[in-house]
Design a protein around this ligand. Structure first.
Ligand code: 3HC
Length: 330
């Protein structure tokens, strides 16, 4: 009985015996790995958790275009520019799939957007850091998309059908993004001493914020226990963070770069790396809206929303005209 095996990390997870019949039948479907579809009965908490997580994820994809879009005009070659444009467009597509998946749960796009602009809905902390040099575009692809894949591959098995299916395509595209970032880093480390120093500087600035992407430690994660019992999440935040470190450190070594963590060392017994403590004060400061770029990012989203008003009005007027014509013809 999966629900009883979950280690509680904040929320109390009910056992099957404590559940009402509807809820118990629902949990048994989840435990049997049967996907939940939008029209199926679901506990209100399951619906709310999914709306929170999927909308946060969608907002992250959309806001995530901003730091990279900043470099489209300055990419060093035509080829790099074309690749970066394609990547940023992919992120827009991911945001749209995810908004659609959330809409199947009964929330509208306008509501989700209003929650973002009001600061009620979060987006990933990572996108509140600035992109100062071209090497940051390499580091984002390698580390940020790398962390996103580590987190999102298990989400392909999420219990909610529309979210799990959206993640399959998204993960394929993210792995291309990760490779293009690593490719930029490979070129930089093989270049002049200044270029290699730029790559090291980008790794220094993006390493810790990338580890923060996985969320607070298991001891302080509010939602993990219940989300794992519902198989929305398959792994805890710390498990995925550890996997990311284990996968990425050898990649940094291959590049000849130094991971900026004096406590990092291979633990022979555990067969994985020990690493230093994330600066959780910084993490929560960024979550509260006080990171280096929070205000700038929200202002950009507000401007895009305001600038798009005429287009949304046009679409509505067009739809209304069609509806009226259809009614007149009936
Ligand atoms: N940034 C911002 N907020 C974060 C966060 C982060 N890195 N990590 C956790 N939080 C928030 C949670 O949303 C929650 O806040 P809330 O209660 O107000 O909603 C709070 O911190 C407590 O965290 P929990 O661990 O209890 O929350 P979750 O169980 O939801 O776990 C998560 C957090 C691992 C991020 C999970 O929500 C998740 O897997 N989300 C889907 C993936 C996602 O959103 N990825 C965005 C990454 S970037 C991206 O995809 C773009 C790509 O192109 C690079």
């Amino acid at each position: 009985m999966y629900a009883q095996m979950v280690k509680s990390t904040g929320d109390t997870v009910k056992s099957l015996e404590e559940m009402e019949p509807d809820e118990r039948a629902f949990q048994e479907r989840i435990d049997a790995d049967i996907k939940i579809e939008p029209k199926d009965w679901m506990p209100e908490g399951y619906r709310k958790t999914l709306i929170r997580q999927i909308s946060q994820h969608a907002h992250s994809e959309i806001v995530g275009q901003l730091p990279e879009g900043n470099w489209i005009t300055r990419a060093p070659t035509l080829e790099r520019k074309a690749i970066l444009i394609a990547k940023v467009q992919d992120e827009a597509g991911h945001g749209l799939y995810l908004y659609c998946a959330a809409e199947t749960l009964g929330v509208s796009r306008d509501e989700m957007n209003a929650q973002l602009l009001a600061g009620k809905a979060k987006y990933s902390s990572i996108f509140n850091y600035p992109t100062l040099t071209w090497a940051d575009i390499g580091a984002i692809g390698w580390l940020v998309d790398g962390a996103a894949i580590m987190n999102q591959v298990p989400l392909q098995r999420c219990s909610f059908g529309p979210y799990s299916r959206a993640m399959i395509r998204i993960c394929k595209e993210e792995s291309f993004h990760q490779r293009q970032g690593y490719d930029i880093m490979m070129k930089l480390v093989a270049g002049t001493p200044e270029q290699k120093a730029m790559a090291q500087d980008a790794l220094n600035r993006w390493w810790w914020p990338s580890l923060m992407m996985f969320g607070p430690s298991d001891a302080t994660s509010v939602h993990s226990a219940q989300s794992m019992a519902w198989k929305i999440k398959q792994n805890t935040n710390d498990e995925l963070r550890q996997r990311f470190v284990d996968q990425t450190v050898p990649q940094a070594e291959y590049l000849g770069l130094q991971v900026p963590d004096p406590d990092l060392q291979w633990n022979e017994e555990r067969g994985s790396y020990d690493f230093g403590e994330v600066d959780w004060e910084e993490f929560f400061r960024v979550l509260k809206g006080n990171g280096p770029c929070n205000k700038e990012r929200l202002a950009a989203r507000q401007k895009a929303w305001d600038d798009g008003a005429w287009f949304r009005d046009g679409l509505m007027a067009h739809a209304e005209k069609h509806r009226a014509r259809k009614v007149a013809a009936e």
